[in-house]
Design a protein around this ligand. Structure first.
Ligand code: RB5
Length: 366
């Protein structure tokens, strides 16, 4: 495997010793410095070169050393996709691969002797990850990265504002924004985006171990642990998102809420509402593609809460800061998932740049 190595001055001597040793284990080394132990340098600078090489796919693993190994591991673990393990024993090295699937080994040049460091590295490079329940835990760690990356512009109450940056979602959002996208393509893409968003949103669904009989033997697998879900589209545009989500979670129940804006008071009035009877036991996802002023979304959330809903999230394709602020103020506990956080509302209440009226574009009524 391709191994990127790096150290500061305090880890230099150990790095030099380790290079030949790791090569003798059959790996290819790229040394990103430091190139001397004489001059005092800053460990984050060398760390970044190694982690960049891993993140860009040029290296498979990394080996870092500083005086204690602490600075290097703190710095490395700030980089999304890097899982650095500071190891001072063969046991920790083995577990960091088996349970944590660490991709960077960190050693302390002033704390760990050369012979022990080599024994640690030998175990670390030879051990494969175990998977199973550890995969679920690793996924939860990876979720921190997604959430941290996606919370934008400080718009954050106690509920989360998550902008889903997955490239496929972003690509499709650009197409639905295009005014020349046909009604059919628009409709298909809205379902696809809703499905991709659901795939990201549901990455924390609880799993349980199950026994599976393969044609060869009995093994342990993972199965979703019976979470009860409900999707509640706000009529009419929310309907455009339902099928895309149900394709992934076909057992979710579907409620409906119809709202119109009273022309005098401009307040949203609900004219239709049918929710699953056991709404209080379900995780509820209200679907409203355009979160503009937030008036209808907030009213829909309030309605679901009055009906007994306790765990409510809002899923929109495009949100305006005004809508996010309104929903966060009215329902601070609600998570808001959106594929794009746009600039502002114009004088007619349309999101800028937005995509126009989602209902009209879904149903070809304009
Ligand atoms: C350098 O003196 C030392 O602080 C550094 O190598 C490292 O141990 C930091 O965590």
């Amino acid at each position: 495997m391709k191994v990127a190595v790096g150290s500061d001055h305090a880890g230099f001597a150990l790095k030099e010793e380790m290079k030949g040793f790791v090569q003798s284990l059959g790996h290819e080394i790229t040394d990103f410095g430091a190139f001397s132990g004489e001059q005092s340098t800053d460990y984050p600078d060398w760390c970044k070169k190694v982690t960049d090489s891993i993140i860009s796919g040029k290296s498979d693993r990394g080996l870092l050393a500083c005086g204690t190994g602490i600075g290097m591991s703190i710095a490395a673990n700030k980089v999304p996709g890097i899982y650095a393990a500071l190891c001072a024993s063969e046991y920790a090295a083995r577990m960091s691969r088996l349970h944590n699937d660490a991709n960077v080994l960190v050693l302390g040049g002033r704390t760990t002797g050369t012979d022990l460091a080599k024994a640690i590295a030998a175990v670390w490079f030879a051990t494969e990850t175990e998977g199973g329940r550890h995969l679920v835990r690793r996924q939860k760690v990876m979720d921190y990265e997604t959430e941290t990356k996606n919370i934008e512009r400080g718009l954050r109450g106690s509920g989360r504002v998550v902008v889903m940056s997955h490239p496929l979602i972003q690509h499709k959002i650009s197409i639905v924004r295009d005014k020349d996208t046909t009604v059919k393509d628009f409709r298909d893409l809205v379902q696809e985006i809703a499905g991709l968003m659901a795939y990201e949103i549901f990455r924390n669904l609880p799993l349980e171990e199950v026994e599976v009989q393969t044609p060869i033997c009995t093994t342990k697998g993972l199965s979703i642990a019976g979470k009860k879900l409900a999707v509640v589209p706000v009529l009419r545009a929310g309907l455009g998102m339902v099928e895309g989500i149900l394709r992934l979670v076909p057992n979710a129940k579907v409620g409906h809420i119809g709202l119109y804006r009273d022309p005098d008071s401009l307040r949203p009035i609900d004219y239709y509402c049918k929710l699953p009877n056991d709404i209080g036991e379900r995780d509820i996802f209200i679907l409203d593609p355009m979160l503009a002023t937030g008036g209808s979304a907030s009213a829909a959330i309030a309605h679901v809460k009055r009906a007994g809903g306790r765990r409510v999230s809002l899923v929109s394709l495009i949100a305006a800061p005004e809508g996010v602020s309104r929903v966060s103020a009215d329902h601070p506990e609600v998570d808001i998932f959106t594929a794009a956080l746009d600039s502002n509302l114009n004088d007619h209440g349309y999101i800028v740049p937005g995509l126009g009226d989602a209902g009209d574009r879904l149903f070809g009524t304009k």
